[in-house]
Design a protein around this ligand. Structure first.
Ligand SMILES: Cc1cc2nc3c(=O)[nH]c(=O)nc-3n(C[C@H](O)[C@H](O)[C@H](O)COP(=O)(O)OP(=O)(O)OC[C@H]3O[C@@H](n4cnc5c(N)ncnc54)[C@H](O)[C@@H]3O)c2cc1C
Length: 439
């Protein structure tokens, strides 16, 4: 059900984003299509309208309001749609001047050149060009045109989206003749207000008022490249459910890299615990620096975000969980919660690791599995068993097809297990994946 309603929510977003283009098509008259030049002109205007509305809806989705992502199946899914809207918008807005120039070329090359590159005093056209150039600059890294940039760099470039949206709106305000004036003003003002509001929320509210203050009370080594932080609230505690993640910002003065940067991490403690626990694996510069974090530093958390489990408080129907490496954290939170609330669970966890040395929380997982009635834990070692096979899943979970399946691990593992789930005939609505990637 969760997946079906999430799919509907995403379709609704696309519908809203494409609504202005649909309305534009209603205004097209036969005269707008009676020659090649007219068709090109109409197509040019259509791509402008559709590109701008997709850009504005993408901006609206970037708001990061806790809870807003839930109907969409979590923030990672919501941002996939944001990403796709941005990509489609860029393509449409690149086509927009080209189509208009081809239309103008009917009156000669100089008309086309004049339309594309008017005198500098033509603010309307030049604001459109600058918006488009800014879009190319901040979107290029998202599509890895020039390789994968460092995340923080990518994020800094993405801030150019603010001026790009404003300039695109100004261009539209000066030049748009797509709709009757009342519709033009209502439609674009509404979308612009929501988009500017979303960006303002993101950079003003969520960065300050939206963050809760914590202090680092413990840093427990789990393996040689994983630590679990215990954070004590300095004010009101952030409430969460198993499977949620937060943006964590550490301000410890001794932190060599990543001080003041926000990073998404799954909460590994059970809901209701006094301290928030977060397990961090050294996967890059900032997460490596956290491994030697000192006690007593200030931290903030923003969230909670994400919606992994359909019923995070209970296991209502048989489930199978597949975790890979640090992808164990949402399951750990849920097991800790089940243990704390003394609930049984018809659940089977397959924890995939390279070898014994890479097991994370293995001792605690074994204890929890023993304490939770009906729970079954299976450790799958890559060095011994190779990639997780369909036969292995069937062997440990003979009623696989009947179960709800949750998968959290690296992309290739997630895709492999999703294929096995499809092969077993588990419907899409019962397959849930979480990826530790936002791009
Ligand atoms: C929903 C979610 C839950 C996560 N939960 C956990 C967890 O419980 N434990 C854990 O160890 N790791 C978790 N991660 C991964 C963690 O966010 C990255 O490992 C960490 O941000 C890497 O930062 P870095 O500077 O050390 O590495 P870098 O080398 O800078 O980045 C490695 C990769 O991490 C991602 N990344 C880096 N910085 C950010 C950022 N600020 N925001 C988003 N993505 C970023 C990028 O995809 C990047 O390619 C989670 C990620 C997501 C999206």
């Amino acid at each position: 059900m969760q997946n079906i309603s999430a799919r509907m929510a995403h379709r609704l977003v696309w519908l809203i984003a494409l609504l202005p283009a649909g309305l534009f098509l209603f205004t097209v008259s036969p005269g707008d299509l009676n020659s090649t030049g007219a068709v090109l002109q109409t197509a040019g205007r259509l791509t402008g309208v559709a590109g701008l509305s997709l850009l504005l809806v993408a901006a609206i989705l970037s708001a990061r309001v806790p809870g807003f992502d839930r109907p969409f199946g979590g923030l990672t899914r919501l941002w996939r749609t944001h990403h796709r809207l941005g990509a489609c918008s860029l393509i449409l807005l690149l086509l927009h001047p080209l189509l208009l120039a081809f239309a103008a070329a009917g009156d000669g090359v100089s008309s086309a050149a004049m339309l594309l590159f008017p005198p500098l005093s033509d603010h309307a056209t030049w604001s459109g060009w600058i918006a488009l150039i800014l879009m190319m600059v901040f979107l290029a890294p998202s599509f890895s045109f020039f390789g994968r940039p460092r995340y923080e760099r990518w994020k800094r470039l993405h801030r150019l989206s603010g001026p790009a949206v404003v300039l695109a709106l100004a261009h539209n305000f000066w030049l748009s003749r797509a709709f009757p004036p009342w519709l033009d003003i209502t439609l674009w003002s509404l979308l612009a207000l929501l988009a500017v509001g979303a960006v303002a929320w993101r950079f003003a509210f969520s960065r300050h008022a939206g963050r809760r203050a914590y202090t680092v009370q413990a840093v427990e080594p789990v393996t040689n490249n994983v630590v679990e932080l215990a954070l004590a609230p300095l004010g009101r505690r952030l409430e969460h459910e198993a499977g949620n993640f937060v943006y964590l910002t550490l301000y410890d003065q001794t932190l060599a890299i990543g001080r003041g940067e926000e990073h998404p991490y799954t909460i590994s403690s059970a809901p209701g615990e006094d301290r928030m626990r977060i397990a961090i694996k050294a996967l890059g510069d900032a997460s490596r620096a956290v491994q030697s974090l000192k006690l007593g530093g200030r931290a903030t958390v923003e969230g909670p975000y994400g919606r992994f489990f359909v019923s995070p408080d209970r296991v209502v129907r048989p489930e199978i969980w597949v975790a890979g490496g640090i992808g164990i954290t949402p399951f750990l939170a849920r097991m800790r919660h089940l243990r704390q609330t003394e609930q049984g669970a018809d659940a089977c966890l397959i924890y995939c690791v390279q070898d014994e040395a890479r097991e994370i929380f293995a001792g605690e997982l074994r204890d929890l599995a023993q304490a939770i009635e009906g729970f079954e834990l299976n450790l799958h070692y890559f060095y011994r068993e190779g990639p997780l096979s369909y036969e292995y899943l069937e062997q440990v979970c003979p009623d696989l097809a009947e179960r709800e399946i949750y998968i959290c691990g690296p992309g290739p593992l997630n895709r492999l297990v999703r294929d096995h789930a499809n092969r077993a005939g588990i419907p899409e609505s019962r397959i849930h994946t979480e990826e530790f990637e936002l791009l």
